[in-house]
Structure formats: structure tokens, C-alpha cells
Design a protein around this ligand. Sequence first.
Ligand code: URP
Ligand code: ZN
Ligand code: ZN
Length: 461
Amino acid sequence: MTLLIKNGEIITADSRYTADILCEGGSITRIDHNIDAPAGAEVVDATGKYVFPGFIDPHTHIHLPFMGTFAKDNYETGTTAALCGGTTTLIDFVIPGKDEQPKDALQTWREQSEGKACSDYTYHMAITRFDDEVEAQLRDIVADGITSFKVFLAYKGAFGINDEELYRTLELAEELGVVVNAHCENAEMVAALQQKLFNAGKTGPEWHEPSRPVEVEAEGTRHFCRMLEVTGAEGYVVHLSCADALKEAVEAKMRGVNVHVESLIQHLLLDASYAERSDFEGAQFVMSPPLRTQRDMAALWAGFETGLVDTLGSDHAPFDTEQKEMGRGDFRKIPNGIPSLEDRVRMFYTHGVATGRVDLHKFVDVASTRPAQIFDLFPKKGTIQLGADADLVVYDPSYEGTISADTHHMNVDYNPFEGMTVRGRCDVVTVRGNIQVRDGEFVGEKGIGKLLKRPLSDAGE
Ligand code: URP
Ligand code: ZN
Ligand code: ZN
């Protein structure tokens, strides 16, 4: 399909100008003034609108077997919701069971996604056990273009690994040159605190946060950063939620540790009081690390403003209200996760850009360019330039709407931002030149999303 986007204000991480963009064969082939439409081209008038590079969500759980159930989205619903919110590429986590081989888990995720995804996508490979056989398989998986790992320092007895396994994972990552994502909470401390609170009769969702206080996350973050320092591996702290953990990561950065920091839209906009809502409504706001204080939220915003936080993720993990009921009477059993894939970009625009807190370029950087650079997708993804994939978002900044589960596209029966105002709408969203969204609604072809194999590069360093 040939597509011509006319007169939009093109915004990248480091440039801003008005021009036309011609897309042919899935790529951007010309950027210029007054481009005449080739015969048969689809023309989009972007006058008065921004044109952003397609946004990249570095942290989603579309397929997620977790805590005795499965997250609610599938690749069709999840990527449809992503596109309606401007996300054209997402990175999901392949998470093997403790006794499962990595290649078998990868095969499961591929079966879930291939022919179903409507946006492009790729995977981080989680390591839930490390032994010689796992190591051999990981080498093949990296050679086949899945070039990032994930470890959980949390979730004792489930996904969590011990220090010996962590050390071996980081040594392998350093040798292969792959980046390691880490969920940084001290699993032993969480388990002990959970038991103590539960034994004291503190069973409701409001006790989830006290069972994983900021010290637990700061300790996990420091631990991971020190392990990176010893092994020389490149790391990425996922869903960093609080000032204390940010301090640990920043101190590591200052020491020269090669570590990146991701924070989430939930942690920027929602505080711990949401998990204290009555009648078990608080369970909708249970995730790990938990929602924190207004002070922590301010620290994260400052981290984005100053560049100490590198990327914006969603950690989309949708469990509906019926699934959350599994933890009534025992907060330890509430499936952890808050859906936010669809609203990540627009809510960050609304509360970051429209308030003047974060500039437009930083917004593009954290929600598109930096994830592409760190995870070896750049410059095909993450920017607007000749030869890049024609993944584009025509954004109408004058639109004002209200977030609601009644109108969202995620396959979950609540929205954590219900009733909040949102500024801007994704008028047109393209994936490799295919128009997938118009006026905020999916109009495209299902199943065209591609699994992106990622050759290693050093763009993120
Ligand atoms: O609560 C969360 N974050 N659920 C998803 C799994 C994870 O830890 O990222
Ligand atoms: Zn996590
Ligand atoms: Zn996650």
C-alpha cells in the first residue's frame, strides 16, 4: 500500500518540523514538502496534528499464566487495544514454568501470537531456572533474534531465581551482549512480611503494599545493580516505582554500571490509596511493585524530566474483577497486575506533555525511541526517517475525552483510570504503512503483526 501523510508536524526525539511523509512497501521512502500523491495512494491530511513514530511498549504480558490463572487479553485483543492507544510494537515476556524448557515456552508464545497479532511484537526471554540445558537453549534463542533476557528477583517459589542462577544468567548475557530485564524486589523479605501480616489478620488488598515496602524494592534494585557491576552485564530495571529504588539505580549509573530504568504509567498516576478502596475494589489496584506515595510519584516524574528514567512501560497484566476475587480474604492470592497498555501513551501525554512537565521530544524518546534503542529495534522502529518502518501515529492534541472501561478495547472489565480526562487521540495509526486505526478505532487487518527478530546492536548503550 502507498500512503501519503500530508502537512503533519513531525515530532521525533530530536526534531520538529512540518512535512509530508510518503510510505511505500512498508517503509518511509520520502519526507519532503508538497509531495504529489502517486496514483492509487491513500492520502491522510494531518494538518494541525502531530505525527509521532509508532510508540513502543517495552513491557507487556499479553499471554501470562500467573498465580493460578491467565491474564485476560490474547494477541488479537491486546494488540488491537495497543494500536488504538498508539502503540505499534510491543515486547511481551516468554515465561517458562520452573520445569519447562525455554524453547518449549517460546513455542507456546509463538503459537499464541502468530497470525493473530495486529501490531508488531517481539519477546524478552525470561529465565526461571538456570542449568546447562537452559544455557544451551538460550544461546540458540539469542542467535535466533530474541536478544533480551528477563529475571525475577521476586515471586519466591514461582518465577524467582536464586543468586547463583542470577550470576550465571548475567555472565551469559555479558558474553552474548544481551540486556537483562529484572523485576527487583527481595523475594525472601516479601515472603516473610506477607506471612507476618497475614498471621496478624491483615488480609485485605490494602496490605499488599506494606508487604512489599520501598525498602524491599530498593534492596532488590541495589542487589541487581551490584550483580551487574561484578559481571559487567547490561541491565534494565523494570517497573521501578519509588524514590528509594531510583536512588539505588542512579547511584549505580553514576558508578558507571550499564543499567537502564523503566517506570510505568500506573506508578506515575495512581497512589497506594487506590488499593485501600472499600468492598475489595482495592484488589483492582494490586500489582508488584505496589502503588506508592505521592512523593514517590513526584520522584518518578522528576526522573523522566531529567532523563534518569529511560523508558515508559505499561506492564499490562489484565485480570478482571472475578479473577481478583481469588484473593478475597488473602491478599497474597490476588492476581498481581493492572491493565494499562491502551492508555500508557495518552495518559503520559495528558499528565506529562499537556501540563508542561515533560517536553514533546522527551515524550517520544521515553515511549518510543529509547525502548527501540535499548532493545535493538532502532532505527527501523522508534523514529521517523528514510528507510524506517512506516509505523506512524497521527495525533490530534485538541481532542479531549474520558477514560472508561465501557469504551476501551482491552479485554478486561475495569479501567484503572476510569473517569479521568485524557488529552489527545490517535486519529490514524499505521503499521508498516497499513492503516490500522482511524479516529481512535481499529479499522485494519487482523493478524498482520510480525514477530520482530532483533539482531544485536550497540544503539542503546
Ligand atoms: O504485578 C505485576 N507487575 N504483574 C505482572 C508480572 C510482573 O511482575 O511484571
Ligand atoms: Zn514484574
Ligand atoms: Zn511485568
